[in-house]
Design a protein around this ligand. Structure first.
Ligand code: THG
Length: 572
């Protein structure tokens, strides 16, 4: 079928559905929701068999939904309606939630139901639930709905039939008052629910050390205590605030300000001098220790754990962005890890992202974005080089979450790269203002897929699903329907590499020597950085413009031609 996506943006959920549908032979064209007139034009040009709205905030015009079926992906259980579905589910401590695919009608979210899929809730932020449980359920429900539509003769279920499920009901847009934190009364669990219900957008509005700001990226702390509401510590850019029964770490803040546009930054950077009297906790120790995970004592973005001959490094960076400082700390943790008496290092990334490369928000905030871009890409490269040059251990990049841009190529620096089945990769830089890219990609990518495919992958600017990435040779393996199954598979792979370590390490050293003799890594790096220097400091400001638009979430003014197939000249 020809399917048109009407969507606010090509977000991770839209990308996943795009991959599922194109993977089943459907032709999917994309149109961003710019205005009703532009949408009408797109529908006329595309003449789709079916319209799907994976992530749409505004109403589809009546002229469209009256004439043909439009399927809306709603992140709520059957009968649930309204624009803040997941926010309410988190705030109300729902134990089970779901995704419903419903038909667009006049009354918002009140159309007939085509399919739904439920999942158990997890203590996590809205965006983490969206990127994991909601995305998996949406893939199931959308495929079911599309199959029903294609088969024909299926009548969707009217909303009234779903109403007996008392939990499903209309809920209004959530307001700041609905989730405002009362530091003198709210316990840690409540504070976490409130912040998580609004993370990544819009954030909970609060005041920290006299600064009005939105809070994001909250984690429990059980070791530190203080007067409720007080900022009791800071470290690695995060701040720790006491609650009535414990404390929470807050990683990111966005200043509330009327004029100057603000964006999310590490909390300590936003507060600056105001943190003068607050104790700095020692930097998190990447030492091998029986780790307690996120619920444990002092939360840390970088964690090391060890089991038998396998060391695992977790790096949970907000939105997968890796700043110069984070790259440096991860490099240090990596160097300590390879001094341990283990055979295999698993680079596990975070639960939501493996890595998305450069930290564009911090670059945007720097006095000289060009200089900070330069420092950040060099820090990424130093990390990639350390992984590439490791001859004492075998290394595995285990992508439980998505990766994009430099993050994908960093993953390829390991001896093996494997991904969870639902992972979406964006192995290209061009979308960010025509960046050339570095991270030794000119060495790592052709080595795996050949020159021709390397050119296609980086030039297409399209997402690549984990299974497709395995078929292309971009990665070595793709398994595990959920995080737990994936971790099991990674553990088995790591154990098998450890068992074969002497032979595998000998082969690895020989290959590295051969490659180095053919063309040294320093040459790849120098060539890539010469191009990046032009991107950062040259005459063409495309990268700086694209980064500004990305960081400030400037609304799209058109759909890129490579996504809007219906707008390509000569295609009908
Ligand atoms: N029918 C039609 N178009 C649709 C839907 C539909 N477009 C997408 C939409 N469903 C997704 N669901 C909603 C439900 C409610 C609201 C928005 C999208 C809503 N919006 C408030 C408004 O428009 O005033 C603002 C909410 C806010 O502040 O975020 O209530 O079923 N044809």
């Amino acid at each position: 079928m020809r399917i048109l996506f009407l969507t606010h943006s090509f977000n991770s959920l839209s990308q996943r559905l795009y991959l599922e549908l194109t993977g089943r032979g459907h032709e999917v064209s994309i149109e961003f929701d710019i205005s009703d007139a532009v949408t009408l034009e797109a529908v006329a040009m595309c003449r789709p068999d079916l319209i799907v709205a994976p992530f749409l905030k505004r109403a589809i015009p009546e002229e469209i939904w009256r004439r043909q079926i439009c399927l809306i992906v709603h992140p709520g259980i059957r009968g649930d309606r309204g624009p803040s579905a997941l926010d309410w589910a988190i705030l109300n401590s729902e134990q089970e939630w779901g995704v419903t695919v419903l038909q667009a009608a006049a009354e918002m979210d009140a159309g007939d139901i085509w399919a739904s899929a439920n999942f158990p809730m997890r203590a996590a932020s809205k965006s983490s639930l969206y990127r994991n449980e909601v995305t998996e359920a949406a893939a199931v429900a959308v495929l079911e709905a599309v199959e029903k539509f294609e088969a024909g003769g299926v009548r969707p279920e009217p909303l009234d039939d779903a109403r007996p499920d008392v939990r499903g009901q209309w809920r209004p847009a959530m307001r700041q008052e609905d989730r405002a934190i009362d530091w003198l009364h709210d316990g840690t669990a409540t504070v976490l629910r409130k912040i998580r219900s609004a993370d990544g957008f819009p954030g909970v509005l609060d005041e920290v050390l006299g600064v009005a700001c939105y809070l994001y990226d909250a984690h429990p702390e059980t070791g530190l205590r203080g007067a409720p509401g007080e900022v009791i510590a800071h470290g690695n850019g995060m701040i720790c605030r006491a609650t009535v029964d414990g404390a929470v770490w807050v990683g990111h803040l966005k200043k509330k300000q009327e004029r100057e546009p603000a964006f999310k930054l590490p909390a300590a950077q936003v507060l600056g001098e105001r943190l003068a009297g607050v104790a700095e906790t020692p930097a998190p120790s990447p030492q091998p220790s029986p780790t307690e995970g996120r619920g444990g004592k002092t939360w840390s973005d970088i964690r090391y754990e060890e089991k038998n001959a396998v060391g695992t490094l977790h790096f949970e960076f907000y939105n997968g962005a890796m700043s110069t400082a984070q790259c440096g700390r991860l490099l240090q943790a990596y160097q300590e890890a390879i001094r341990c008496d283990t055979k295999v290092i698993v680079l596990a990334g975070g639960a939501d992202f493996w890595s998305n490369g450069l930290h564009l928000n911090l670059i945007e905030a720097a006095d000289s974005p060009a200089d900070e871009s330069w420092r950040n890409i060099n820090a990424m490269n130093d990390l990639a080089r350390a992984i590439l040059a490791t001859d004492s251990h075998l290394t595995i990049s285990a992508l439980q979450g998505n990766a994009g841009a430099g993050g994908v190529f960093l993953a390829l620096a390991a001896d093996r790269a494997v991904a969870r089945e639902g992972v979406v990769l964006n192995p290209h830089y061009k979308a960010m203002g025509n960046l050339y890219g570095s991270e030794y990609w000119t060495y790592l990518l052709p080595r795996r897929v050949g020159e021709e495919r390397a050119g296609e992958i980086t030039g297409n600017r399209l997402p690549v699903g984990a299974r497709q990435a395995k078929e292309l040779g971009l990665i070595d393996g793709c398994f595990g329907g959920d995080a737990a199954a994936f971790r099991c598979g990674v553990e088995a792979l790591a154990e098998s590499l450890a068992a074969d370590a002497p032979a595998l390490l000998a082969a690895k050293r020989a290959e590295r020597h051969r490659d180095e003799a053919g063309k040294p890594l320093t040459a790849y790096r120098a060539e890539e950085l010469a191009q990046m220097k032009r991107n950062f400091y040259g005459f063409d400001p495309s990268y700086h413009v694209a980064r500004y638009n990305f960081v400030h979430k400037v609304p799209h003014s058109r759909t890129p031609r490579h996504l809007a197939l219906h707008r390509r000249i000569g295609v009908k």
